[in-house]
Design a protein around this ligand. Sequence first.
Ligand code: OXD
Ligand code: MN
Length: 626
Amino acid sequence: MKDVISTLEHYLTPVGLAKLLAIPNRDVHRFVAKAVDLCEPMKVFVCTDAQEDIDYIRRTAIARGEETELAINTQTVHFDGFFDQARDKGHTQYLVPKGESLGEQVEQIDRDIGLKEVEERMKGCMHNKKMVIRFFCLGPLDSDFSIPCVQITDSFYVAHSEDLLYRTGYEYFKRLPDNKEIFWMLHSSGKLVQSVSIGWQQRGVAIDYLENTVYSYNTQYAGNTIGLKKLALRLAIRKANREDWLAEHMFLMAIHGPEGRKTYLTGAYPSACGKTSTSMVKGATIVGDDLTYLRIINGHVRGVNVEQGIFGIIRSVSQEDDPVIWEVLNSCQPAIYSNVLITEEGYPHWLDDGRPIPPRGVNHSGPWWIGKVDEKGEEIPMAHKNARYTISLKGLPNLDSALEDPQGVKIGGIIYGGRDSDTWVPVQESFNWDHGVLTMGACLESKTTAATLGPSGVRMFQPFSNLDFISIPLGQYIKNHLKFGKSAQNPPRIFAVNYFQQNAEGQYITGKDAKRVWLNWMDRRIHGEVEAIKTPIGYIPRYEDLKMLFREILNKTYAESDYIEQFSIRVPELLEKIDRIEKIYHETVPDAPLELSDALSEQRVRLIEVEKIHGECIAPNKFTST
Ligand code: OXD
Ligand code: MN
């Protein structure tokens, strides 16, 4: 590569160069020079925080056919290629220097080989394209949590989505101290046909953590391309590991309890297991729905939303179950839909939206009609199961006032939850921080969903809902959690939830709105207002408290028979779970902390003891309240 400035002069217009050089940080100039040298773009657009630059991004996404305007003209739709509509875990790899290993749970490749592959796949990939350079900040600006990020992409859809999802940071970059750590993201959709990326067989995401850089190529699906989302999370987990804080796959919300008190809860559930719908429940306020950084400030665990928007799964969003999201999507707020059905009149429809299915429209397969089949003769559904909406949090009626607080919010409780048919009860509280980390976070299992490629409905080990993004050995990650709790004066309570519990006939046994009750029960526990029943797996609610909350919050009667069915302790299933998890840790996580095997053995002994007295399925009233 020629020297940095002459390379930049070669590719950038004088206006673009002036915008770039207004940022004094030399690493920024070097990264852009390296990117243009590799991708050889036809043109380069440097995007500042100015409204005209931001408008240009949206306009160009539409002009190039990456997005189409809808009947509500603040909204657009984007389609990904047929095979490119979910996160590709198999082709997302860490570039690991020789002699290092991230452990068996993590996809990795020798760094030199990985970089060579990136070079081969990305060399000249923007020949006939325009490159966009954008500056953002993860977390609120000018705070201990802030991480500045540079995103380079040839997709105006990606650049536009990031505008709704992240805090713009061009001005922030201008005032960055020289030594501030920056995350770098370079993306190309590769070859496009009708605005759709067609090189999916050679797609990949390569995480070069030595250089805090992520490369993503031949893919458009936002989970693989929006650098600031799951790509940056992987870098953030490493940074957090070095600096003793936590980077988590968690929503962040406030429950509004009695007398106007607010209690902040943060929760880790795997993708498509209810994070967004939980953070948007009626009566609560949302800080974020997907990514939270947690730090200890003045002895307290405090958290921020890394993002400022939602890239949410739209399947099953309905007026009845999700009134707040529904209202936002039907307002004039900017939104980008992906992989939904668009009717001839320009309105989006999606699976299980509670409305009649339109007879025809356009979806990711092109023109669509009821009964349309693919080349294998299989019926093409109206919309993809992983269809999404992208909106900014700004303007949500239920937005929490602390979104931009540079100190974050004080966390009262942490929740772990997954798609679990037969082990966990709907809500439980751990005995203490370590018990929660070890038997809830580290033991989380969940059935796979359409958010990742591959079959859905398969029970998988999903510790902390963060396994897909963990970039350090898993044992170390767990030790960091234990240490974090010890460093806090009064660590948050830890809870587990299960919205997907089923009966022997395979039917779900809790209503969708019940999650509001479970959340309010947590609030009451945190403030010491309700007692609980001590079981071998943790504390569970008393019937009378839930009955009162169902009445107060949902105006519903809660039958004792429902309580007994939902909160009975299913001993054989819980023991099998311990066996499964122990085996995984034993076989694949050599650095797992000793505390983990102790916690699991103790839990097993407690379960076996109660089984001897009360049998396999134990009703909650067999245990005593504390
Ligand atoms: C997401 C995911 O899109 O986790 O948030 O897949
Ligand atoms: Mn997510």
